[in-house]
Design a protein around this ligand. Structure first.
Ligand code: SF4
Length: 446
């Protein structure tokens, strides 16, 4: 089964993009060649162990001490690619110096419905992920690795199971754990809570998970992309790793394009400075700025399309616009679509994804969705808009995880970016574009 079927018209568009194989919905932008996505095309399927070792050479961990490995990772400057952008080396140091048997967790749950990068890696380059997990395990002296992913990823599971069966020299055991189907179940503290047997409930921790996580054990949680980078750092060294990317975020980065683009779900590897314009025109099929770009996933930030068009996809420039690459999703809203209606559908969906344990989240998010509904339907008045802002302020920063704040960021950026539409809707003007926008999943992405 091909998870992202593409039509022949889309294929010819992809062929025109830089370094894009016609059979493989990934692209490489901004530099000489792929790193994580180098290797066989999608049609050739998952890379087997023999081909993986032939291409990259064997992973030799015995020759480096744990401290040397951690030092190399620190020098690489690798930051987590799951959204938090936390230095990976700091987690490893903490885990290595904390009491208890360490555990390495590859968080492949990819709870963001529009994201495809982690599942692409698991399906196509399972040995890169497994090698990276072995590197993390060696760096903290762990003998157990857990890969946490949804059963709704049959291709990724098949690919991983085959890959695990092909390997005989691994020093740590690998277990696949079925993750619950909820947006917040991929949050690190929810992952640790689930693995500890208390449900996938996010919690605030006074002690970092790397020091005390699953059943009090030092627990290193990283997403699949972050882990895959470790496999290359251990082989090629930190200097090679940092030759691409930005000083503030070294190495290549995977992004997923979603929404109103030619091929939603296409995954690109950025190996150099890439402007949003370049990404959208080369692989998104756009020849002009869209109405808006949602950056960082469904709990990201809307930017006006003409502003976003010239921005480089890097931490500094994004931060200056109040945005972050987050999980690496860029969702595009076309000129004829309504950002307000799209945001309302997103917020309604996100409100239903709460873990159901904190009042501000359980009651606040549906109330925000109700007010947005009224605004979209043209029945809200100015007082309702003030209430909406007040409600957002009341919910922001509350709860045991970042879910409420993520929704608030989405809503506040929508009210700013789509201010002309908000004004029209407040005047009760009907919106011909209300039905347009990118589709929002009603349940867990499958
Ligand atoms: S804030 Fe919401 S999603 Fe986060 S833990 Fe509380 S109820 Fe769950």
């Amino acid at each position: 089964m091909t998870p992202f079927p593409i039509s022949s018209a889309e294929t010819s568009m992809l062929e025109e993009a830089e370094h894009v194989s016609p059979s493989s919905p990934f692209a490489v932008l901004g530099g000489p060649g792929a790193r994580l996505l180098a290797g066989p095309t999608r049609v050739e399927g998952a890379e087997n162990f023999a081909d993986h070792e032939r291409r990259l050479g064997p992973l030799k961990l015995d020759s480096s001490s744990q401290a040397e490995l951690r030092e190399a990772i620190a020098q690489s400057g690798l930051l987590g690619r799951g959204g938090g952008q936390f230095p990976v080396a700091r987690k490893l140091e903490l885990a290595a110096s904390s009491p208890g048997a360490p555990l390495v967790v590859v968080n492949a749950s990819e709870g963001e419905p529009a994201s495809r990068k982690d599942r692409t890696l698991l399906e196509m380059r399972p040995h890169l992920v497994l090698d990276g997990a072995m590197v993390a395990a060696r760096a903290v002296d762990a003998n157990e690795i857990v890969i946490y992913l949804h059963r709704a990823r049959p291709d990724a599971i098949t690919s991983l199971e085959r890959a695990i069966a092909e390997r005989s020299r691994d020093t740590a055991t690998v277990r696949l754990i079925d993750a619950p189907a909820r947006y917040v179940a991929g949050e690190s503290s929810a992952v640790v809570s689930y693995l500890g047997g208390t449900g996938a409930l996010p919690r605030r921790h006074s002690i970092p998970l790397a020091a005390s996580g699953v059943s009090g054990r030092p627990t290193v949680v990283n997403n699949a992309e972050t882990i895959a980078h470790l496999a290359l750092i251990a082989r090629r060294g930190p200097k090679w790793f940092a030759e691409v990317g930005a000083a503030s975020s070294p190495g290549s980065t995977l992004v997923t394009l979603a929404g109103e683009v030619t091929v939603p779900g296409v995954v690109a590897e950025m190996v150099g400075p890439v402007k949003i314009r370049q990404l959208l025109s080369t692989i998104g099929g756009l020849d002009q700025a869209p109405r808006a770009v949602l950056i960082g996933g469904y709990e990201g930030v809307w930017l006006d399309g003409s502003t976003a068009w010239g921005i480089t996809l890097d931490r500094g420039p994004l931060q200056r616009c109040g945005a972050s690459l987050g999980c690496g999703v860029l969702a595009i809203l076309g000129e004829t679509s309504c950002g307000l209606a799209t945001t309302t559908r997103l917020v309604r969906w996100l409100a239903g994804e709460s873990a159901g344990q904190c009042g501000p989240c359980v009651f606040g998010l549906p109330a925000i969705a109700d007010l947005l509904d009224a605004l979209t339907d043209g029945v809200a008045v100015r007082r309702d808009l003030s209430r909406l802002h007040r409600l957002c302020a009341a919910v922001d920063g509350r709860g045991a995880c970042g879910h409420p704040s993520g929704v608030v960021g989405l809503v506040e950026s929508a009210l700013e970016t789509f201010e002309p539409e908000v004004r029209d809707h407040l005047h009760g003007r009907s919106c011909p574009a209300a039905e347009h926008g990118f589709p929002i999943p009603h349940q867990r992405n499958t």
